[in-house]
Design a protein around this ligand. Structure first.
Ligand code: KG4
Ligand code: ZN
Length: 358
């Protein structure tokens, strides 16, 4: 099966062609056009600007993508698109393009939840198994950390999602972006903070002058809160204004902030694993590109659950992309078709900014 997929939920315009045979997914081609330069001066994503850029980029990308992959109605079996959640003006560009293609090609169309995409990024064949077990087994516990979401999701089978923990306020990526803004670093903040933190982490002797809280680390539930951590970073800068002029102090604060986020994420994931005893732990979402999070969660899983396998996507598929939407879409299509519940009418797919993960 060959799946053409489109993702435009936020500030990346993405198109992919994914080939599936049985349950193996290989990415034939994947294009991502980033709008970082457009949004950077505003320190965050401006929805209408994002839509304008998608509208400008998507037709050009599709045109060159079709040409270089010789795509036509004869060699595509399914169209998949991010239906939500996300910025509605941005989502509308992708869903309308996907509807037009499905209509013109007379092909089935599936709408995919963005977070389902981040989970299913782990099923792309470039995944990096960190144990001997290469196959993802159920039950799965997925930690999805992105700019808009921080969720622990339990899956007993494919497409069966139970949110067992989530952030009560800011998402982890959002906290990275806001702290970067406080420090006057660029957007998106995650990679900027990680790069500054690495400068200290690579040193043999590390002295840290700052200590930040680990919000909710000792709470009995599996929820998160990152807003207080961001405020603590803000107060630290207010009380030590020299941080803004001293690169070493700035890097030290970045190390401490990053470690605070990683500590909470790792601790809660292990707590959830103790409760739900998954056979596989999956990491996904933009923040899963963070090297420290990838490494430290791996170590914690190995130490606590040697028989549980741990999977992370290639960093290409940690960040927003369309290949992950194709994989989730393929599972959705096959399940609905098997249950004879597939709705083959492109008209019924509506972009939904608040789409729930069901
Ligand atoms: O999944 P994603 O690409 O888009 C959303 O669905 O939101 O995630 C974007 C988020 C941003 O907040 C960005 O700062 C964060 O992922 N991010 C990182 C890193 N790379 C991207 N956070 C920490 N470390 C990174 N290396
Ligand atoms: Zn995302």
């Amino acid at each position: 099966m060959r799946i053409l997929s489109i993702e435009t939920s936020c500030d990346d315009t993405a198109v992919a062609l994914v080939k599936s045979s049985k349950n193996n997914f290989s990415v034939v081609d994947s294009l991502v056009s980033s709008q970082i330069k457009v949004h950077a001066p505003f320190g965050g994503v401006v929805p209408n600007l994002a839509a304008r850029e998608h509208l400008r980029n998507l037709p050009l990308m599709l045109k060159s993508f079709f040409r270089r992959n010789k795509i036509s109605s004869e060699n595509i079996d399914l169209v998949a698109v991010t239906q939500g959640p996300g910025l509605i003006p941005a989502l509308l560009v992708g869903t309308n393009a996907a509807k037009a293609l499905a209509y013109a090609w007379k092909k089935p169309l599936v709408g995919v939840h963005h977070i389902a995409g981040h989970i299913y990024a782990n099923f792309i064949d470039q995944l990096i198994p960190t144990s001997d077990v290469r196959e993802i087994r159920f039950p799965i516990l997925a930690l999805i950390v992105s700019g808009g979401h921080t969720e622990l999701i339990l899956m007993k089978k494919h497409l069966d999602y139970q949110i067992v923990g989530e952030t009560l306020d800011d998402a982890a990526g959002e906290a990275f972006d806001k702290v970067a803004r406080i420090l006057g670093l660029g957007y998106p903040g995650g990679p900027e903070i990680a790069a500054r933190a690495a400068q200290i982490l690579n040193l043999k002797f590390k002295i840290l002058n700052f200590r930040l809280p680990r919000p909710m680390i000792n709470s009995q539930d599996l929820n998160f809160s990152f807003s207080g951590l961001k405020t603590a970073a803000l107060y630290t800068v207010r009380d030590n204004p020299k941080i803004l002029k001293n690169k070493k102090l700035e890097s030290e604060l970045c190390v401490e902030f990053q470690q605070a986020v990683v500590d909470v994420l790792v601790h809660k994931t292990i707590q959830a694993a103790k409760k739900y005893k998954p056979k596989s732990i999956l990491l996904g979402g933009g923040v899963s590109a963070n090297e420290e999070l990838r490494k430290q969660l791996c170590k914690a899983v190995k130490n606590n659950f040697p028989n549980t396998s741990y999977f992370i996507p290639d960093t290409l598929y940690s960040l927003d992309n369309a290949a992950m939407i194709a994989v989730a879409g393929c599972y959705q299509f096959k399940l609905a078709r098997n249950k004879k519940k597939f709705d083959n009418n492109w008209k019924n797919l509506e972009a939904d900014a608040d789409l729930k993960l069901l």
